[in-house]
Design a protein around this ligand. Structure first.
Ligand code: DX5
Ligand code: ZN
Length: 221
């Protein structure tokens, strides 16, 4: 059995109080902290980069947590070294962001990190099944990448179920976008194991309590 985990996404946090907010959710039980990197090309916004990963590494690692870095950047294979050096534990690359996906995933593993592969809502699961040996987890975008606070795309639930059917029971499946207690439950039933939640946690008045509510809805440890 794989652990079920909720990964708070700091994209929705108050960056003026970033360390304090990460401590709040880790004190509530979070062990995976999700970091959204956007380059202004693959997705329109520019967000944050290795500097923020580096400033969180000690705080997260000393609490036995991991930094789950989601690269929404073009040609992610060119960024692996700098994120590995900054302290990332896993790196997710997008299938749509490079013609060299297998190479990118291999580079992530060779840097000693877990390799994640993300697919956008319009990309069919069948496109990536052949790469299963090359990734440690598959990330199903449940919104279009680029912004927090969007509504969960309902057809994602069937897509997650299809991923589980094609990949078997052992591969971790991450869902990202519009996850709250109401949407986490069906995604969990379909076979998702890692639940990224940004605004439903950091947009709430009490992020620790909001974390516990999402965790309860998906059966997280
Ligand atoms: C969107 C990012 C998400 C984002 C999710 O492109 O990949 O990780 O932070 O935010 P919410 O949970 O608010 O949809
Ligand atoms: Zn993300």
């Amino acid at each position: 059995m794989q652990d079920i985990r909720v990964a708070p996404s700091i994209l929705a946090s108050d960056f003026a109080r970033l360390g304090e907010q990460v401590e709040q959710v880790m004190d509530a039980g979070a062990r995976v902290i999700h970091v959204d990197v956007m380059d202004g090309h693959f997705v329109p916004p520019i967000s944050i980069g290795p500097l923020i990963v580096g400033s969180l590494r000690e705080l997260v690692h000393e609490r036995d947590g991991v930094l789950d870095v989601h690269l929404m950047v073009e040609r992610p294979e060119r960024r692996v070294e700098e994120f590995a050096a900054a302290g990332a534990d896993s790196l997710t690359v997008h299938w749509e962001a490079t013609p060299h996906v297998h190479y990118a995933l291999t580079a992530v593993r060779e840097a000693g990190l877990d390799a994640g592969l993300a697919i956008n809502p319009a990309t069919p699961v069948e496109a990536v099944v052949g790469l299963a040996e090359a990734f440690d987890y598959l990330l199903c975008m449940t919104v279009n990448p680029g912004w927090g606070g969007q509504a969960y795309i309902d057809t994602s639930t069937a897509k997650v179920a299809r991923m589980r059917e094609l990949l078997g029971p052992d591969v971790a499946i991450e869902v990202d976008g519009g996850i709250d207690p109401a949407t986490a439950a069906p995604a969990a039933a379909a076979g998702a194991t890692l639940f990224v939640a940004g605004s439903s946690i950091f947009g709430a008045p009490d992020p620790a309590q909001a974390y516990r509510e999402v965790a309860a809805a998906c059966g997280a440890v």
